[in-house]
Design a protein around this ligand. Sequence first.
Ligand code: NDP
Ligand code: ZN
Length: 352
Amino acid sequence: FKGFAMKRLNEIGWVEKEVPECGPMDAIIKPTCVSPCTSDIHTVWEGAIGDRRDMILGHEAVGEVVEVGSMVKKFKPGDRVIVPAITPDWDDEAAQRGFPSQTTEPLGGWKFSNFKDGVFGERFHVNMADANLTFIPDGLSDEGACMLTDMWSTGMMGSENANIPLGGTVLVIGIGAVGLSAIAGAKCLGAGRLFAAGTRPISVEVAKKYGATDIINYKNGPIDEQVRELTDGAGVDSVVIAGGNLENTWAEAIKSAKAGGTVSNVNYLSGADNVLIPRVEWGCGMSNINITNGLCPGGAVRMERLADLALCGRQDPELLVTHKFKGLEKIEDALLLMKDKPKDLIKPVVML
Ligand code: NDP
Ligand code: ZN
């Protein structure tokens, strides 16, 4: 079958592959809607996880089951399913310790377009189908469901990890699809005043719809200075880092947080070897400002819960979709759009 791949660092193109073997607990899926992720861009053009050869890209998809293994109980060919970007090995010891996204090795729950062929092809393989797949519920479109697989799951985790007190102040740095999902999650988790740092007009619009109360333009000066000014010097309880860079974003995050606050990172760091934490503003390491981080949560239960947030009308995942393409051959255009990040883009999807 055909797939769109990373051929090597800085090079993308089409490849032909054999349909993978379906193990007894696994499933083979035909995607019906896929979306490129900023992480695909870090992987191909920034070498963030090192070189990969002829690896099919993509990890955000919904689709139709075409084959299941002999031990799969919940699914059969023809079922329409949400496929989480992260598909843990649920019997691994890291899952038992409470970190399913880190199974078998650090980041090992992230298989598609990391060390296994991803979803940008006519077929792809899913491990542990019963634990990882979930049905697309009535009332949720394919493109809406596709936004749960990585964007909502990652961004909302950023807010879950940020220890947001009820009515607490929150700063989300970066309002791409991940930061916007963090805002949506922060609102659900009870944030009070909610600052959002970013500039793309379309993102600003959705940030407000998802619950941001104040928009900060990071181009107008350091974010922490703007936050301190808007809070009469107090700073915020919780910061989510969902964008920015390694030169100044971490300093701005730490400097924005109150003593006892939390800085939660979901950004996929690339471009430098060290993360710089400002010593004095971190209270010389004694400020009780905790730093948390994580990889997108996967699995069926996570997807079901996120789908419920959408179905109960708490937030609308489709607000993230700004561009719609049709046909497998358009995957390249969608990926390049994600690389260029025009002003009117949040997320493109490709309907297959
Ligand atoms: P986008 O590139 O769409 O968004 C980045 C945001 O950061 C934009 O709002 C941009 O502003 C803003 N930004 C750029 N420069 C600065 C700066 N100097 N200071 C503050 N903000 C800045 O990215 P995504 O939302 O798609 O993804 C965000 C990150 O999350 C990526 O690194 C991605 O790889 C990562 N990720 C991590 C996952 C995980 O499991 N932890 C899973 C999925 C993604 P502007 O509005 O001006 O463009
Ligand atoms: Zn991703």
